[in-house]
Design a protein around this ligand. Structure first.
Ligand code: UD1
Ligand code: CA
Length: 470
């Protein structure tokens, strides 16, 4: 088997993004565009995967070393252009490397393994010196144009260097190529920076190699596979298209998606059979949803594990586990470390953080639960605050199994409410409550007779009170 080196070009400045974030780290469907390209590159069983960096090198290198550590990094010098970037990559290969070099662009994220495999197969079968991917676009503006003479490929002309006639050409260069390593090395040595951009163009090797032998164009019909991202309009378009494809794939896999256009699903998400996603829902990161669960509407989940037959309505959750048959919302805000047991319930206007809530336990209304463990079958009264923060440190609250706590409680942590214990409505619980006890801290209520009539004479309240006392 002939050797293969994959080169990903990512050394450009990305000026058209107008961003402090490196262009190739802008995300689509939850991964930086470079992440999509590197995932593809690493699934080709190549002998080398090399990424070329220069601008924002540290930031990009940090991403690569974290997520694709076996990637080799080549550093481009001050000579600009994709051709110079390719040369930097070749300098990492030994002089006698005699295989093929596949070149991908860090800003062409949807190119897929299947197309690349076909490209390489076509290239090898035709014994070409180089094979490039092209595509017919209705709007080719910005791309290099494929120049043909009597149907035969003769070269590539960049937008900036093209004549008015050449700009009419709709067949464009995708920025994806495979070359014989030796031929590429020789041709690049001859490329100059004499062009409108003053850059060493990789595209110039095509014209040079045609003088020495066979160079092919491999046409791809699906234009999205070759879409390049130079600015944020293109970023938005490609993100929408990829999302539409992800949504469609889940529909075909047995997921009901009520409104595809308002549903966003990252590539890293996993959904079970008969999951239903209601409108305006976003599923991000390593999120999994089990069979038969309903998520949405208006729900955002980041890195969440949702069990089977669960329900999450109009809520926001980050790094949370929801077990089988549990229900959340509407209007819940679940922060990291929330773990809701089977058949448990987190209801309306509830915020949780670092809270383990047992099977069948309920936190139904208007409550903050922070740094707590709530036992199975317990019920937390409406309007309860778990006061976990003393201004310096966070403390833990424990509520026992099948405990019943009254409405409007404050649990001042650290504190433990025993199994099966009760607390009265309006209690502030500062001391531990023994299992089975009823805790209360009654304040004697005083009613000051006729206070309103004396202190607020003539007011609507006073009038109402007078009528009432007649
Ligand atoms: C390039 C092609 C163009 C093609 C288009 C497809 C050239 C000269 N032009 O144009 O024919 O239609 O892609 O999307 O190749 N890069 C480097 N070092 C550099 C400059 C760029 O590594 O000095 C990298 C960039 O980070 C990027 C890729 O190469 O990932 C393409 O560069 P870009 O400037 O976006 O080229 P285009 O103008 O899109
Ligand atoms: Ca580009």
């Amino acid at each position: 088997m002939r050797q293969l080196a994959v080169v990903v070009l990512a050394a450009g400045e990305g000026t058209r993004m107008k961003s402090s974030v490196p262009k190739v780290l802008h995300e689509i469907a939850g991964l930086p565009m470079l992440g999509h390209v590197l995932a593809t590159a690493h699934s080709l069983s190549a002998n080398h995967v090399i990424t070329v960096l220069r601008h924002d090198k540290e930031k990009i290198e940090q991403y690569i070393s974290q997520h694709f550590p076996s990637t080799e990094i080549a550093v481009q010098d001050e000579i600009p252009g994709t051709g110079r970037a390719a040369e930097a990559a070749l300098s990492l290969l030994s002089e006698d490397f005699d295989g093929d070099v596949l070149i991908l662009s860090g800003d062409v994220p949807l190119i897929d393994v299947q197309s690349i495999s076909e490209l390489i197969e076509r290239h090898r079968d035709s014994s070409a010196l180089g094979t490039l991917v092209s595509c017919e676009l209705s709007n080719p503006t910005g791309y290099g144009r494929i120049i043909r003479s009597r149907g035969e490929l003769v070269g590539i002309v960049e937008q900036k260097d093209a004549s008015d006639d050449q700009r009419e050409i709709r067949e464009v260069n995708a920025g994806v190529y495979v070359f014989s390593a030796k031929m590429l090395r020789n041709a690049l040595a001859k490329v100059t920076t004499k062009n409108a951009a003053g850059e060493k163009y990789l595209t110039d090797v095509v014209g040079l190699l045609i003088d020495q032998g066979n160079v092919q164009a491999f046409q791809i019909v699906d234009r999205w596979l070759v879409a390049g991202i130079n600015d944020r309009v293109q970023l938005g378009e490609v993100a929408s298209e990829l999302n539409a494809r992800i949504v469609r794939a889940w529909q075909l896999a047995g997921v009901t998606i009520d409104e595809p256009a308002s549903t966003w699903i990252d590539v890293t998400v996993q959904l079970g059979q008969d999951v239903r996603i209601l409108p305006s829902t976003r599923l991000h990161g390593i999120t999994t949803v089990g069979q038969g669960s309903t998520i949405g509407p208006d729900t955002t989940l980041q890195d969440c594990q949702i069990g089977k037959g669960a329900k999450v309505t109009r809520s926001v959750a980050d790094s949370v586990k929801i077990s089988d048959g549990a229900s959340v919302g509407p209007f819940a805000y679940l922060r990291p470390g929330t773990d809701l047991g089977e058949q448990g319930k987190i209801g309306a206007f509830v915020e949780t953080k670092n809270a383990k809530i047992g099977a069948g336990a309920k936190v139904p209304h208007l409550t903050y639960v922070g740094d707590a463990e709530i036992g199975e079958g317990a019920n937390i009264g409406a309007g309860t605050i778990f006061a976990n923060y003393d201004g310096v440190n966070k403390h833990q609250t424990k509520v026992g199994r099948h405990a019943r706590t009254g409405s409007g409680n404050v649990f001042v942590a650290p504190v433990t409410i025993g199994d099966g214990a009760y607390t009265a409505a309006g209690s502030t619980i500062r001391r531990d409550v023994e299992p089975g006890a009823m805790a209360m801290n009654p304040v004697t209520q005083k009613n000051l007779a006729d206070w309103v009539l004396q202190k607020r004479p003539g007011s609507d309240s006073a009038k109402a009170a007078e009528k009432g006392t007649e």
